[in-house]
Design a protein around this ligand. Structure first.
Ligand code: ATP
Length: 433
């Protein structure tokens, strides 16, 4: 048996299909017919979520296997990707194969870069050649970036799992009927070992998409066993094609590991920024909150959008507050400057805010009026004059506490680390079949 890493991406379009579904079919063929054995769970890797040409969640897949006849497997997968992709209606697939056991460092570096920055197809081709990776591309071939991004992502630290169940072709496009109560019950019984199945605050089921794609539902969690248990607990009301468990970087904040320098923050990049609030937040139409932040003398506007549920928190920030924000950099236009779209807000230190009031009259207790600069105060009621009276300065109580603030579950990106996972991060992985 020889090692073979197989990765592909960009097989789908908004009209249907799904890269993970193709991975499910390829895995089935690979292990059932072609005699291959997986050495890790199929990987579902989410890359930079700010890439404008993504279809939905910027996901790519990688299968790490041992195979008997690698050329036969490569032929089969290449053809499956070509035939199973929506080429011509928006998909630009790339499929890549590495016949080594160890993943080259260069490929790992390319992958961590693709997590938060923008890579070109040419850069991907160069890395592929240098690492001895065989690849094929179709359409404009941009899918090669995602393929290499997935192949180079080892997930040897934090990771999660997702069970994805697939619909039969005849059911695709029809409404998904699932028993909501069974999801709510499952969610309550298995939290925090599964997550984002149900948004309690909004009474919304989160596991099922709404489009024409073949995903029936996806359940996320901390182990293969817990996500697999969903198949017997959640009752689908249609016959499914099958299901598969992926290992993934979803729910890990992997795209936000890099500290951004505001002087050179490029459009579409992701990362975190430690900064001070520079201007007072203001709320614009739609309830979104805008304020500017400063890092080492560089200033940039930042936005917290209303659907995150964090607008009230953001509005309570004040100039001087020390914060850390997870962000995506939105491209500037002729109408708007580049802006930091905030994904999490960590308030580290609140700046003191003061209330300043005129002194009270020593004779009658009424508030006094200033007589002019350095001229003292006079009481408007009893006319008592006081040359020595001073303004009363008190510290204002803040409507905000230091701490971490995250968007509500329905506004989470695939990569967003939910609050309860802080402290639950994994630090290694061993595949046991
Ligand atoms: P789905 O979630 O349904 O799988 P998707 O959102 O993953 O769809 P794709 O159709 O795969 O969308 O398109 C994403 C495209 O962006 C791919 O061509 C992928 O190679 C490319 N891409 C991913 N990450 C980067 C990056 N960091 N820089 C440049 N291109 C990227």
């Amino acid at each position: 048996m020889t090692p073979l890493h197989i990765a592909f991406d960009d097989t789908d379009s908004r009209l249907g299909r799904c890269t993970t579904h193709l991975a499910y079919r390829v895995t089935k063929e690979l292990t059932k017919t072609l005699g291959g054995e997986l050495v890790d769970h199929p990987l579902l890797i989410r890359l930079n979520p700010n890439i404008p040409w993504k279809t939905r969640g910027n996901g790519a897949v990688c299968l790490r296997a041992k195979v008997r006849d690698s050329d036969r497997v490569i032929d089969y997968v290449r053809q499956a990707v070509e035939e199973g992709s929506a080429i011509g209606s928006g998909a630009n697939p790339g499929v890549a194969f590495l016949k080594e056991e160890a993943v080259p460092e260069k490929l790992k570096r390319f992958s961590s870069f693709a997590m938060w920055d923008v890579s070109s197809r040419q850069q991907a081709e160069k890395v592929a050649r240098e690492c001895g990776i065989k690849f094929w591309t179709f359409g404009n071939g941009q899918g090669l970036v995602g393929s290499l991004g997935a192949m180079g992502c080892m997930l040897d630290h934090d990771h999660t799992f997702e069970l994805i169940a697939y619909r039969t072709p005849k059911n695709c496009g029809t409404p998904r009927i699932i028993n909501d109560d069974s999801i709510i019950k499952f969610s309550k019984e298995t939290f925090p070992h599964t997550f984002n199945n149900y948004d309690q605050n909004h009474g919304r089921i989160l596991i099922a998409p709404h489009g024409p794609d073949p995903v029936f539902f996806g359940v996320r969690g901390e182990s293969p066993e817990i996500v697999l248990s969903a198949m017997s607990k959640i009752s689908p009301e249609e016959k499914l094609e099958g299901y598969m468990v992926f290992r993934s970087n979803q729910g890990t904040n992997m795209h936000l590991q890099n500290e951004l320098d505001l002087r050179m923050a490029k459009a579409y990049t992701a990362g975190y920024v430690r900064c001070r609030v520079k201007s007072r937040p203001h709320t614009i139409e739609g309830g979104h909150v805008i304020f500017s932040v400063e890092q080492s003398g560089s200033e940039m506007p930042a936005a917290i959008y209303e659907p995150t549920g964090l607008a009230k928190i953001a509005a309570a920030l004040a100039p001087g507050d020390l914060i850390e924000i997870g962000v995506g950099v939105r491209k500037g236009t002729t109408l708007h400057p580049k802006i930091l779209n905030i994904e999490y807000l960590q308030v580290n230190e609140l700046a003191p805010i003061y209330n300043v009031a005129n002194p009270l009259c020593r004779m009658c207790g009424r508030r006094m009026k200033s007589e002019g600069k350095n001229k003292g105060y006079q009481c408007e009621k009893c006319k008592f004059r006081d040359q020595k009276a001073q303004k009363i300065i008190t510290v204002k109580e803040r409507a905000l506490k230091p701490g971490l603030y995250l968007p509500t579950a329905k506004a989470h990106r695939h990569l967003t680390k939910p609050m309860h996972r802080y402290g639950m991060e994994k630090n290694g992985f061993q595949y046991v079949k």
